[in-house]
Write a protein that binds this ligand. Structure first.
Ligand SMILES: [Zn+2]
Length: 469
């Protein structure tokens, strides 16, 4: 069930066609708002378990003036870093510290409620029938034939499996709850920004977490965060779709996938607009797409760190579809560029959460940062290309091309980010299964990226040459 190119295109086409009909909101925002979590097979847990911390992309400023900057990999979250950070926040921003503790408690009770909701769910109830009817009515188009049955069956199967062994779900919820403190502080640490924290205290409410069965979903979705629209209070809603719960043939529940998804969605929930600007939430295509990369980049490090304490927890790579891995890399590159500066280091975090609600402003700051680093500031145009690539190119191919163009420009500035290094961003010191790394290499076609970079380098050189004469 990999997020495949044709499916995405089909979704985009349908999105256009159905825009006029509100009841068919099914596909709208699919690309930008929902987590398109494709889940390929069952992740093997256990395996080679070594203690190790994640390596996160950073920029090293050279000691020698005029020397090119260097991309390096550095430990992201460690016990020491996280403890120091937490102590600092408790000392300097006690209000936020109290806020996040309340947030954590609230999420814990929402997880308990989710457990009850799942275990008490009545498949024979009138509500369930009504939901089935609803789903059928929005899936009437010929392309969707049989899809409603498939989704209904899948939803039922999931609930039956969960109810069969209630202690398993409870155990997994306990696992999440007992690690929620680490998870929440890890997320806050990764997106370190005082402005974002101040904004969260004022405007962000803890999410409601609900089972979403027979909902308007596609099979790729596992969970999604939506703002509450009906009530006056802006409570984010985490909808847990049946595919969040994945079972293997022995009816064993995939804890790792579940933990990865919940963390990913909690990051969305913590950054869902900035309250005041709720109604003007950034809906640009660039925000919708990079948001997923930024979110997954944070989730990646938090899960990795959690994995150093629990051997069956691992970050997921390659199962989210090609687009997610490349988006993660693009977000990591952007974040490292912004973070290389003292002032404005949190620009991406602020843009992500909507405090900076203007793409041009963010891009201008990027351009400044690139200039200071002595890097080609036209990289800004490549990033802006996320807003306007030809849909026929296909989303993940467009992202790959944009990445290659950026790497070529970096190389011309004597900053080498090799294809092997891209792999290292994903895999270095990480708790990944070998097949995940292999799959990553295959899906982004790592082998031909070097050729792509070379081609682009030649193209740019040639253009520059022509301009000179
Ligand atoms: Zn997402």
């Amino acid at each position: 069930m990999i997020e495949s190119e044709p499916k995405i295109q089909a979704a985009e086409r349908l999105e256009k066609e159905k825009k006029e009909e509100p009841k068919k909101k099914f596909f709208s925002g699919l690309k930008s708002r929902f987590l398109a979590f494709a889940t390929a097979g069952f992740l093997t847990l256990g395996g080679g378990w070594e203690k190790g911390f994640a390596d996160q992309l950073k920029i090293k400023i050279p000691d020698k003036k005029g020397a090119p900057v260097e991309f390096v990999l550095e430990t992201a979250i460690t016990d020491e870093k996280l403890t120091n950070f937490k102590e600092k926040i408790i000392r300097e921003e006690p209000e936020f510290a109290r806020w996040i503790e309340r947030y954590i408690e609230s999420v814990k009770s929402q997880l308990d409620e989710l457990t009850d909701e799942v275990l008490d769910y009545d498949l024979q109830s009138r509500t369930d029938l009504e939901k089935e009817r609803n789903l059928r009515s929005v899936l009437q188009e010929p392309e969707a034939e049989g899809h409603a049955d498939y989704l209904i069956e899948k939803g039922h199967r999931t609930v039956i499996s969960l109810k069969k062994k209630p202690e398993i779900l409870k155990k997994h919820q306990e696992f999440l709850k007992s690690n929620l403190d680490t998870i929440a502080w890890g997320i806050v640490f990764m997106a370190d920004s005082e402005d974002v924290r101040n904004n969260q205290i004022k405007f962000i409410f803890p999410p409601e977490i609900n089972l979403s069965i027979h909902d308007l979903e596609t099979e790729e979705l596992s969970a999604r965060v939506l703002p509450e629209r009906s009530s006056g209070i802006r409570v984010p809603q985490i909808d847990i779709l049946p595919s969040t719960f994945e079972f293997n043939t022995n009816d064993e529940f995939n804890l790792n996938l579940y933990v990865n998804i919940i963390i990913h969605e909690l990051i969305h929930a913590l950054n869902i607009g900035s309250g005041k600007q709720w109604r003007t939430i950034n809906t640009s295509s660039m925000h919708g797409k990079l948001k997923e990369g930024i979110t997954q980049n944070i989730a990646f490090e938090v899960v990795q760190y959690l994995g150093t304490k629990h051997e069956n927890i691992k970050p997921i790579v390659s199962v989210l579809g090609r687009g997610y891995d490349i988006r993660l890399i693009l977000a990591a590159i952007l974040e490292s560029i912004f973070r290389s500066r003292q002032y404005g280091g949190d620009t991406l975090a602020k843009w992500h959460t909507g405090i900076i609600n203007n793409d041009d402003y963010m891009l201008n700051r990027l351009s400044d940062a690139l200039r200071v680093l002595n890097l080609d500031s036209s990289i800004v145009q490549d990033i802006n290309g996320i807003n306007n690539y030809d849909p026929r190119e296909g989303e993940s191919w467009a992202f790959r091309r944009i990445l290659i163009d950026i790497l070529a420009k970096l190389r011309l500035g004597n900053v080498n980010l090799s294809p092997e290094f891209l792999k290292a961003i994903i895999a270095n010191n990480r708790r990944l299964d070998d097949w995940q790394v292999k799959k990553f290499e295959e899906t982004i076609q790592l082998g031909s990226i070097e050729t792509g970079i070379q081609g682009k380098v030649d193209e740019i050189k040639q253009k520059k040459g022509n301009a000179r004469y």
